[in-house]
Every structure is written in structure tokens, then in C-alpha cells.
Design a protein around this ligand. Structure first.
Ligand code: G3P
Length: 218
């Protein structure tokens, strides 16, 4: 299973990259706006840190606008993947871009039907937003299982990026069903490292070691 980090923050990306657990990055207009930097420059810097797929989203709504923007974004680096919203115009753009060798990530996906359409259009990646489904009181885990079944049943080339991850349980659920990728926010990645029993155990080991050293000195 691949881990992407869901942020446009350079410090957060560097920190997780240094730990060696990051395979890619996903950004969106909201995440880039939080950083306040010029988006193209920020994306260039991200591509210098991580050599896996880096998602950059278009903001145009018409197919022609999306395709034009995507072609420009794709010039940033060879590892740029274009995030396209799950709309009719978006799906047309996916077809065109994929035929030109530009990888796409269909975003704002909330249903199994949308997954099926994005897969049929030939998207390289599809991003179901499970946290937002959970916020709406829907069964986001059930939706993921059915989605994985659809992808596997027909051997679609699309890889699933489990997105809008809210907690470490979401990552476990995604892993259990064999999802290709989870894009995880920094705070959730941090929590995945931690367990109180690890800290307690380490503390006890070190105390016992010091005790032994003190005894040996006597
Ligand atoms: O990649 C963007 C997606 O993960 C959005 O997450 O937290 O805004 O629902 P969120």
C-alpha cells in the first residue's frame, strides 16, 4: 500500500519524506491557499522533495479550460498528476489528457457510480472522499469495499487514492480492503506512529538498563 501525504506544506512533506514513508503528495486549491505561496512555485518545490506522483488540481470548469491548465501544470515536473473534478466536463478532460500521456486523478468522488465512470474514462487515479461521506452520516467504509470490488472485478487500470482521511482507522480500513493508496494528512500520519505501550515499554527498558549499569559499577 502506498502512502501519499495530503498537504501542500513543505515542512510537513520534508518531515515525512525524511522518515521514508511517503510515496507521493496530493494537493488541492484549499491546501495550497493555506500556504499563501504562489501555487506553481510551491508545486515545483514539492516536486523537488518527493519524486512520486504529486497531484495538482485544475480550477477551470469547462473541458477546454481544464485541458489547457493541465498541460501547463504538467510542465512543472514529470511526476505531476492532474486532479480533475468528477463532472461531465472533467470526465471529457480525463479522456483527452490520458490520451496525451498526462496522468489524471479524478477528485471529489462520493459514490460507486462516480468511481465506475472515472474508471471507464481511463483515469490513472480516483479519489473517493471518505471523510466527507462520514461527516454526512454515510457508511464510508461500505462505499470503499464496493468501490474496490468494482475496480478489481474488471481489472480497471485506475488506482484508488483513499482521500479525505480523518483518522488512523480509515487507513487501516483502506489497507484491509487492498486499496492502492491512502492520502493521509500530517496529523494522522503522526498519530499512526504512536502507542502509549511503546513509550511505557521503552521507558522501562531504559530504567532497567541504568539499574544494571549502576549495579555493575559497585
Ligand atoms: O485530497 C483532498 C482530500 O483529501 C480532502 O480532504 O479533509 O478536505 O475532506 P478533506
Amino acid at each position: 500500500m502506498k502512502f501519499f501525504i495530503d498537504t501542500a506544506n513543505l515542512d510537513q512533506i520534508k518531515e515525512m519524506q525524511d522518515l521514508g514513508i511517503i510515496d507521493g503528495v496530493t494537493t488541492n486549491p484549499t491546501l495550497l491557499s493555506k500556504e499563501g505561496a504562489e501555487p506553481i512555485e510551491q508545486l515545483k518545490k514539492i516536486c523537488e522533495i518527493v519524486d512520486g506522483p504529486i497531484s495538482a488540481e485544475v480550477v477551470g470548469l469547462k473541458t477546454e479550460e481544464m485541458v489547457k491548465e493541465a498541460r501547463e501544470l504538467a510542465k512543472i515536473a514529470p511526476n505531476i498528476v492532474i486532479k480533475i473534478p468528477m463532472t461531465r466536463d472533467g470526465i471529457k478532460a480525463v479522456k483527452i489528457l490520458e490520451s496525451e500521456g498526462i496522468k489524471t486523478n479524478v477528485t471529489l468522488v462520493f459514490s460507486q457510480n462516480q468511481v465506475l465512470i472515472a474508471a471507464k474514462a481511463g483515469a490513472s487515479y480516483i479519489s473517493p472522499f471518505i471523510g466527507r461521506l462520514m461527516d454526512d452520516g454515510q457508511d464510508e467504509i461500505d462505499m470503499l469495499w464496493e468501490t474496490m470490488d468494482i475496480i478489481k472485478a474488471y481489472n480497471f487500470k485506475s488506482e484508488l487514492i483513499v482521500a479525505s482521511v480523518r483518522n488512523s482507522r480509515h487507513v487501516i480500513e483502506a489497507a484491509k480492503m487492498g486499496a492502492h493508496i491512502a492520502t493521509i494528512p500530517f496529523n494522522v500520519l503522526e498519530k499512526m506512529f504512536k502507542h502509549p505501550r511503546t513509550d511505557q515499554g521503552l521507558d522501562a527498558f531504559l530504567k532497567d538498563w541504568e539499574k544494571l549499569q549502576a549495579q555493575l559499577k559497585k
